[in-house]
Design a protein. Sequence first.
Lengths: 238, 483
Amino acid sequence: MAEKEGKEKWGMVIDLDICTGCQACVTACSMENNIPFVGEDEMAYGRGMQWMRIRRYWEGEYPEVAPAHEPMLCQQCGNAPCEPVCPVFASVHSEQEQINLQVYNRCIGTRYCANNCPFSARTFNWFDYELPAPMNSYLNPDVSVRRRGIMEKCTFCVQRIVKGRQNASASGREIADGEVVPACAQACPTDAIVFGNLSDPESRVSQIARSDRAFRELEELGTDSRVTYLKGGKNYGS
Amino acid sequence: MAVEAKPLYSSKATEHQETNAEELRKEHLMLDPMPRDEMNQMVMNAMHTTTKKYWVFLIGFGLAVVVLLFGAWGYMIANGMGVAGIRRPVFWGIFIVTFVFWIGISHAGTFVSAILRVFKAEFRRPFTRAAELMTTFGLAAGALYPLIHLGRVWVFYWMIPYPNARWLWPNFRSPLVWDFLAITTYLLSSTIYLFLPLMPDLAMARDRTTGWRHAIYKVLSLGWRGTEAEWLRLRKAIGIFAFAIIPVMFSVHTIVSWDFAVTMVVGWQSTIFGPYFIIGAILSGVSAVVTILYIIRSTMKNFDYFIRPEHFDGLGKLILIFSMAWAYFFFNEYILSWYGGEEALKQLLTLHATGPSAWVWYLMLICNVAIPWLFLWNKKIRRTPWIMFIITLLVNVGMFAERYTIIPLTLGHQRNPFDWGIYNPTIVEISIVLGTLCLFIFLYLLASRLIPLVPVWEVQEGQMSHTFRKVGKTEIPSVTELE
């Protein structure tokens, strides 16, 4: 489905040069989006449910090694490989936010979308995960809890986008730049994650995305991803 | 009506015509006619004979289906897909491998039956039914997997285009919907194709049975009487279906290959997958026909007469040719990927041959290429049923390994090294896979005693058109064609 140009086109910039790999974004995302904890064994087996992961690489040859971190999340592709392969339209493109949505109630769990995602950004509910009391009381009421057998993935905190739009329209104005902040960007201690509207060329995220250091992950595949990474400057401390 | 007679089988010696004709009779079923009623009785006997061993096997496999297939599947539905070994990034495991495997097996029935019928290969006559049954039951086993592998199987019908309150149709851009439609089409058309030539034989069985069997055959034979008009229409219908089902068969496995070929996954995105999968399917399917023919021949009464070394010989040649064609496509895929020069793909191909699961890759090459090429040249080996049984079983092991290499082993190697993962099937997955094998065997065992496994009328028709004709002083076997 071709995208229509609208007022909103949400995007993100992640500055890898100032990312410390502290995993605060991972934690914040899990809390915001009711992501279940799968336990140590399942996690080690590769069934972690985090929508936001820190990919950790080593740069250089031993003993001169330095860690490199890359927060990886759904890239909200404009031309998403996950969408056409879903037989039941559970993976769809939102016309208003121009992001990639997963309709939990529609998903039947073929996992085809996950195979076709070049970023391996999608996670699957292998079991029904239960939160022991009292932790179940801090589930976020704005986000639905998913059951076993369905796919899920980063939504760019669409519940916050909706809230921001509602607030703005209630006071009769446009959404201001920086008004909508997803959980990961909010939690980032070094402000490495910047979120905003890419259709506005003056927004902070658009300006930073034009940086010389900008690149997009697997851009050659032509998926038109909405997450831009910055890399190439000096590392803190190096 | 033109009647054309042409010589058959190169008869070598002209000096010893007597012995030559005798030998040919022993060799070829078509030249070894038997009174019609006697042959009918032979087939009926084979159908009625149930030894104690048969019941043990039937009940054993039936129980295995209940426990291994439905028990394990139920356990998985109750607990979640997590009881299977799949994990990120290997979201498809041995279920899809077995799915492709069964769809491949189901190809040969049609291939052997329809293509050999269209090309008028006379040696096909006694085993078309056995092959067509394999198609139907292979599909029955394979078509379960798109359901088994669903995370939420209880809403599987959302894949079916049906009118609903939300005005939602399935996504026709998704290869899984194409799959669904292709497999349904193939299942229906191959069942009709199985049923059409079965009708005269069911009528034959109807006339020779009493009781509940008679009642069933009476319904199923649709009042077949064997008048000239009925035969004319039946031949016409079979003729149409034999041609029409060939493109359907090609489309089904091409579409199965598109499940992989249209994606962005490294190692799946390939233009050659369509024909590559078809050749692989035919290779594994024809091999499975030989395996089944051996089992039928050695367990069922009177089948020594129908299934002879000549049939193993003919099918063995086909397997050798398809093994070569398969090797060609395999090589082709490698060379194209290699020249393409994509780094991730190069790594993947190296990983297949040298990685921790390289034994699967070597197993595939040994079973699919080395073994057929080394053994099937030899006529003696091709004519020895038990050796053919082992070889064809190994070919199917190799084809399973091929699908295993293509699906989980390829998915495990993503573009980004952080996402790599190793997959191992769990006991639940293996149990379900074995369960569908038991289902296939169970259905086949059941069918072997309910419907004539040999198309009697086709054999009789063939035998009537084959005669020895005297040309000068030589007796030459010839076949008459009625057009």
